[in-house]
Design a protein around this ligand. Structure first.
Ligand code: DHE
Length: 495
């Protein structure tokens, strides 16, 4: 009893101390940060500074940014204005949730909508002289820019600033004219690739996961962490159609992990973070966007589809690996024991012998798991030099490329022979620098690899001879997306 009283007193004293520090820090925030980062830390010209926005960033990095500023951005250095204790207090404050939970209502979403150009007044054909279906959209994460690259000459056509921290693959209209971007701060942007012009933007949430575009090109669905839920936009101009809450059956609000389009099913499929359910929203005809709720035995928040979109392969902790769900019947078909932390969302499939196999990287162990998509059996575990994040191939490529994203060997890229399932080559494009995401040209003859470093590069390879053809210096190029491969939902790329 005495012990618990001691704990209560200590907690109360600590809380009082924190409250005082928080008060001072809140004042410092108002004085020095609010103009750029917004009232309530919701973001402005600078990014949002809520715990959800900062959770991927180490406290030391935040401290250093406040102290020294960020090069090539408007973030100034505060070392001459704030002392170390004030900066430390400010950092603690930023990682605390605001006293009033932040809200972002339909009215806020509507008020954020900006039309920047009217596509009806713009030419309806490509104005850049390059093959519109072999363009690459490259996200340069280091300084938050996007490059549109001619995929035949490997020359940039244009480069423009994006919203802070784009995440997930940009998605395309079915004809490849429009590309849609989502930023972690909730900004959705619509860009016209024919005219190399930004058309519209809207802030769909305060912390967003990703977006999906319907197979008919009419709707954009956005999945949010904060406030949790789904936002439906009109794909033509990003105007708001509606907001859908995503409560569990007990009525507790759930965050959305990710949203996907399943064109053969004419539906969106939604991964929920806090509910043991998968949601499917039909967009056929005149959609009402009412969810079909598929109950699950576990939280299935990272998944991939089979080529015809009938089955879903999901990560399931209970099944100690993966679980296969039949989207037609809603039944769990089988469990697949997969070690470590498979990153099924980054998995790819290809044809091996007579059937399809699916391979997934693993973010906690250095191995690639390969599954047979007919029997669901684990065909092989391929050891790699460390945990990986992304995989890519192309129907005309002999190899599946995978990175070693984490650990001391993160400068390596493995090329797995798609038939023998052996590592055929290991490349080190820039020794000592992180080799990451790959994407092929539409015909599969070339591929682009990102070296994820502030002094990184996009490296162009011949996919058959593996010869390096070109090196384009870039600041942390992350994902890159070939228009043709994306709109065809081509084998070997992300969907
Ligand atoms: Fe991603 C795609 C989830 C961290 C870069 N990432 C995705 C997708 C999901 C996802 C669900 C597929 C959606 C899509 O493409 O529309 N990512 C997660 C996480 O849960 C995780 C582990 C933690 C988090 O905080 O979100 C995470 N992701 C990262 C990073 O740290 C990366 C490396 C850097 C960054 O930008 O934040 C990163 N994720 C990417 C990229 C894609 C992606 C480049 C698109 C891959 C593609 O080829 O399509």
């Amino acid at each position: 009893m005495r012990l618990s009283l001691g704990i209560v007193l200590a907690t109360a004293l600590l809380a009082q101390g924190t409250a005082l520090a928080a008060g001072t820090a809140a004042e410092l925030y108002r004085q020095h940060c609010e103009t750029c980062h917004g009232a309530g830390r919701l973001g402005g010209t600078g990014p949002a500074l809520l715990p959800e926005s900062l959770m991927r960033i180490k406290r030391d990095e935040v401290r250093q940014t406040i102290r020294d500023g960020r090069p090539a951005s408007q973030m100034a250095a505060f070392s001459g204005v704030l002392d170390d204790t004030q900066i430390a207090g400010l950092v603690d404050y930023l990682y605390q949730p605001p006293l009033q939970p932040p809200t972002w209502t339909e009215a806020d979403i509507r008020a954020s909508h900006r039309l920047l150009a009217d596509p009806a007044t713009l030419p309806a054909t490509p104005q850049h002289g390059a093959d519109p279906l072999n363009l690459f959209v490259v996200v340069e994460a280091g300084d938050h820019h996007v490059v549109i690259l001619d995929g035949d000459r490997f020359e940039p056509l244009t480069r423009f600033p994006s919203h802070f921290a784009l995440h997930g693959g940009p998605k395309f209209s079915p004809d490849g004219r429009y590309v849609y971007f989502a930023s972690r701060d909730g900004w959705i942007s619509l860009y016209d690739l024919h005219n190399l012009t930004m058309l519209a933007e809207i802030r769909a949430g305060l912390n967003t996961r990703n977006l999906a575009v319907s197979g008919d090109g009419k709707w954009v669905l956005v999945g949010n962490y904060l406030p949790g839920g789904l936002v439906v936009l009109n794909a033509r101009d990003l105007s708001l159609v509606g907001h859908l809450a995503t409560p569990t059956v007990q009525g507790v609000p759930s965050r959305v992990s990710a949203v996907y389009t399943a064109p053969p099913r004419q539906s969106f499929v939604v991964a929920l973070k806090d509910a043991q359910e998968i949601w499917e929203l039909s967009y056929a005809g005149q959609p009402d966007f009412l969810p079909r709720r598929i109950p699950a035995q576990d939280f299935l928040d990272d998944f991939s589809f089979t080529p015809e979109y009938r089955y879903l392969l999901a990560t399931s902790r209970k099944a100690k690996g993966g679980q296969v769900i039949d989207l037609d019947t809603g039944a769990a078909v089988t469990d697949i024991p997969l070690p470590g932390m498979p990153h099924l969302g980054s998995g790819i499939y290809w044809q091996r012998k007579q059937g399809w196999v699916f391979a997934t990287p693993n973010i906690s162990q250095g191995l690639i798991s390969v599954l047979d998509l007919e029997t669901w059996r684990l065909v092989k575990e391929i050891p790699t030099e460390g945990p990986g994040f992304f995989m890519r191939s192309h129907r005309n490529s002999k190899y599946a490329w995978t990175d070693v994203f984490f650990g001391p060997n993160n400068d390596a890229a493995h090329l797995i022979d798609k038939q023998t399932l052996e590592i055929a080559h290991t490349l080190r494009p820039m020794p000592g620098k992180n080799a990451a995401h790959v994407e092929f040209t539409r015909d599969g003859r070339h591929l682009l690899l990102s070296v994820w470093d502030t002094e990184g590069a996009l490296i162009v390879y011949d996919s058959q001879t593996l010869q390096e053809l070109k090196r384009i210096p870039m600041n942390k190029p992350s994902g890159k997306y070939n228009v043709g491969n994306k709109i065809e939902f081509a084998e070997g790329t992300s969907h």
